[in-house]
Ligand binder design. Structure first.
Ligand SMILES: *[C@@H]1O[C@H](CO)[C@@H](O)[C@H](O)[C@H]1NC(C)=O
Ligand SMILES: *[C@@H]1O[C@H](CO)[C@@H](O)[C@H](O)[C@H]1NC(C)=O
Ligand SMILES: *[C@@H]1O[C@H](CO)[C@@H](O)[C@H](O)[C@H]1NC(C)=O
Length: 284
């Protein structure tokens, strides 16, 4: 992998799940590199791991919708009334130009209900022109804009582009026949049913991804990680993650209430996503 990256820039673009995959890749590779020949720096939305002797970088860019949105601040982004601006990829896209390998993801931030707010015009407009569209239509618009950006800005002879499907969550234990009102907390075994599919991974969105890629000639490699990850109710960070605010007595008494069943432990599942990426990079 390091030889492939020599003189190159690899970039993950998306939300915190893609950030997890970026961290997984850095963890897998960095131990090969001596302490004084590597660095990790953050510049706003961009985090850059540099392997100096290889003149290579592995980077992560925070853009949870890929397009411009009101959730674009890399640190302060707990926004529940989410709005995405129609057609607006260049605000972020200008930071992606020149990358040799790009890995996109986007999904969870769109999942606020059955509809989603799309801004036509600009965030600076005094009277904002916002329309509600179905989540599927909003997501389809986002994917098409992403493909158009790739077509315009990336040379398929020199670059590789990947897109990851949705990362499943395990917030409702009734999905796998568990007790009601429980989640991934205290789960230590995988789901054995090969056909298992959690309710949080919307099949309608998977259909949109399939349709958009079928109709497009833009060369993108699809990393279909949803099903293989859906078995792993045991692999989330659960209660073993850094808490940004101290936990209350009430929370401590009920760990289910603060278990994170979205993100994944490392080492862990996301290393497998990178192994899949690695295989597709070498044997397209
Ligand atoms: C390092 O890589 C960049 C591309 O990421 C390239 O423009 C530059 O010429 C390379 N420098 C050396 C010393 O190889
Ligand atoms: C965790 O699960 C085990 C069985 O799998 C059970 O015996 C134990 O009570 C559970 N702990 C909590 C705190 O729910
Ligand atoms: C991804 O894989 C799942 C499970 O194998 C499949 O049902 C789905 O259709 C695939 N998605 C696409 C867009 O091919």
């Amino acid at each position: 992998m390091m030889e492939t990256l020599r003189g190159k820039r690899m970039l993950y673009v998306g939300d915190s799940l893609n950030r997890g995959q970026f961290v997984s890749m850095v963890c897998l590779l960095h131990r090969l590199i001596p302490e004084n020949a590597k660095s990790m720096e953050t510049f706003g939305s961009l985090t850059v791991f540099t392997a100096k002797d290889y003149n290579a970088t592995i980077e992560f860019y925070w853009a949870p919708f890929l397009l411009e949105s009101n959730s674009d601040d890399a640190v302060v982004h707990r926004i529940f009334d989410r709005v995405v601006r129609k057609g607006s990829i260049n605000k972020h896209g200008k930071a992606w130009k020149g990358a040799d390998i790009v890995v996109f993801n986007t999904y969870l931030w769109w999942m606020t209900g059955l509809e989603f707010k799309i801004l036509q015009g600009s965030f600076e407009d005094e009277v904002k022109d916002i329309v509600m569209v179905s989540t599927e239509d909003a997501y389809r618009m986002g994917m098409r804009i992403m493909l158009r950006w790739v077509k315009k800005n990336m040379d398929p002879k020199k670059t590789r582009v990947f897109f990851s499907s949705m990362s499943p969550t395990h917030q409702k234990s009734i999905d796998w026949g568990g007790e009601p009102n429980k989640n991934c907390y205290n789960e230590t075994k995988i789901i054995e049913d090969p056909n298992y599919w959690g309710s949080d991974s919307r099949k309608s969105i998977m259909r949109v991804i399939g349709e958009v890629f079928r109709k497009s000639k833009v060369p993108i490699t699809f990393l279909n990680i949803t099903q293989l990850s859906s078995y792993r109710k045991d692999a989330h960070t659960s209660i073993y993650k850094k808490q940004w605010n101290p936990l209350t007595a009430e929370q401590l008494a009920n760990p289910v209430s603060y278990a994170d069943c979205v993100h994944w432990c490392l080492p862990g599942l996301q290393d497998t996503w990178n192994e899949l990426l690695f295989a597709k990079l070498f044997y397209p």
